[in-house]
Design a protein around this ligand. Sequence first.
Ligand code: ADP
Ligand code: MG
Length: 236
Amino acid sequence: AGRAAGAAAGATEAHANGVSYADTRRFDELPVSRYTLDALREAKFVALTAIQRAALPHALAGRDVLGAAKTGSGKTLAFLVPLLEKLFRLRWGRYDGLGALVISPTRELAVQIFNELRRVGARHDLSAGLLIGGKGVREEQERVNALNILVCTPGRLLQHMDETPGFEAGGLQVLVLDEADRILDMGFAATVNAIVENLPRARQTLLFSATQTRSVADLARLSLRAPEFIAVHAEA
Ligand code: ADP
Ligand code: MG
């Protein structure tokens, strides 16, 4: 992990044809809590995929990351593991409020992320919820203020920021923008920019995308600080 974390800032590329800039091959070689490692092992996640190998050392070191890798390459754990570890290291607890936000373009993807979070975060003492619409906003409002981690679609999150009494993001530590290319394709650029403006600047931001586009770069410029650029072009 040391070598990867010490790699020069700027564009770093990891190819899966046996050559990679990171030595780390397995989750248990990373600086990750016992709680997370045990849950990963139970879920049979042992070896890192290429994007995880390239992104996790930086993300676990607290840096902002812009990660691009194709669908199915394991991007979800590349952000869920650092998110959990950040809150764990801060001893984030049930009464500390909102610590992390994950923004996903669609309800279906948000549900998938939430299920993965429940699995890999099962041993942590953190609460998590989905804000994806489909239910009454009132019903969500009753629970939303107490949760530590929220997995959201952009429109619904902004609605809560605007309308839910007591919705408080001032302590946020980690923002994840997943499938950023799809978020933008679906016309959510202004919504996401409005969300980001409501968040504290001193946070870690992890942005993942299947493709690298001009608009993803624009979003990254607005939401990330001195990010590590990581692109994986081959299958893990
Ligand atoms: P992406 O977001 O890049 O499309 P996902 O995070 O959804 O990819 O992962 C794709 C599949 O790979 C999921 O079924 C996930 O559980 C599995 N997966 C992710 N990381 C690993 C790993 N390190 N080892 C084995 N399977 C993994
Ligand atoms: Mg994904």
